[in-house]
Design a protein around this ligand. Structure first.
Ligand code: NAD
Length: 298
């Protein structure tokens, strides 16, 4: 297949690399020259650099995938005279894997549909490790028949490919999951800090939580207390992993989505404020489990 790929950062780079490994021809674009070069060097002749999104759109792709930081970037790539929608050829499918708010995803998919272009929203979870290993989870919104037709392409980059319903529902699933993740990480951090300050050994406490009713992913797979688990950010100074500022971004998306639906999210809002405080202290670059530093003695 001829696949366009726009946004070759921490996630998009390895995702594109997996498509190349599967033998597809890639037409790529990013604002960062170095990210383009890396893929071209990996697969000379198979990865071709083009100079703008509209050039990729006009070159007649089977699929164009975008993996961009936030809604503003997605709008700038899809909309306007130089955007994908204006320039895309007939029969190209557009897939946006960026994490953005469901409203923007629905708005752009609606414009695509009005001109007869198929568009799917397909945000991911699994982090950079999952992107490299090709084990991402894709949460896909759009027409079910389009999802079934294009499911195979997601399988080259991910392991769990889930149809979530109409346009924007992939983003809804992502936002709901990450809001819960933010809340559960703060809860785990509080509980671990309380137990240790009252005299418990952190490993023993985590072991009890993980076989009791407090068990959750934040505790049993990604425990924020240093030394409880190996090979997680808390055991390497909170480097790598999923940045606190990215969690803050996702909590902001949840807050916006909740506002538009008039849906109360008291704990989600509080989690957003707690991560905002952490970011203001200059720690937004640390993994999101570093939030425990707010509750521990220095
Ligand atoms: P990143 O900042 O590493 O990469 C984004 C890339 O988009 C950059 O290379 C940037 O140059 C490029 N870009 C920005 N504007 C552009 C434009 N107008 N045209 C072309 N390229 C442009 O971000 P990332 O970590 O790869 O994340 C991408 C998306 O995936 C985000 O929405 C993020 O929330 C989501 N996500 C990230 C993770 C993670 O662990 N990093 C996990 C799940 C989901």
């Amino acid at each position: 297949m001829k696949i366009g790929f726009i946004g070759l950062g921490n996630m998009g780079g390895p995702m594109a690399s997996n498509l190349l490994k599967a033998g597809h021809e890639l037409f790529i674009f990013d604002l960062m020259e170095a990210s383009i070069k890396k893929l071209v060097d990996q697969s000379p002749g198979k990865a071709k650099a083009l100079s703008a999104p509209q050039e990729i759109a006009a070159a007649g792709m089977d699929v164009i995938i975008t993996m961009l930081p936030a809604a503003a970037h997605v709008k700038s790539v899809y909309l306007g005279p130089a955007g994908l929608l204006e320039n895309v050829t007939k029969n190209t499918v557009l897939i946006d894997c960026s994490t953005i708010d469901p409203q923007t995803a629905r708005e752009i998919a609606g414009l695509a549909k009005a001109q007869g272009t198929v568009m799917l929203d397909a945000p991911v979870s699994g982090g950079t490790g999952g992107a490299e290993a090709g084990t991402l989870t894709f949460m896909v919104g759009g027409e079910e028949s389009d999802f079934n037709q294009w499911k195979a392409i997601f399988s080259l980059m991910g392991k769990n490919i889930v149809y979530c319903g109409g346009s924007g529902n992939g983003q809804v699933a992502k936002v709901a999951n990450n809001m819960l993740l933010g809340i559960s990480m703060i809860g785990t951090a509080e509980a671990m800090s309380l137990g240790v300050s009252l005299g418990m050994d952190p490993k023993v406490l985590a072991g009890i939580i993980n076989t009791s009713s407090g068990r959750c992913w934040s505790s049993d797979t990604y425990n924020p207390y240093p030394g409880v688990l190996e090979n997680v950010p808390s055991s390497r100074g909170y480097t790598g992993g999923f940045g606190s500022d990215l969690m803050l971004k996702d909590l902001g998306l949840a807050a916006e989505a909740a506002k538009s639906a008039k849906q109360p999210i008291p704990l989600g809002s509080l989690a957003q404020q707690i991560y905002q405080t952490f970011s203001l202290q200059g720690d937004g670059g640390l993994d999101f489990s570093a939030i425990i530093n707010l509750f521990r003695k220095k």
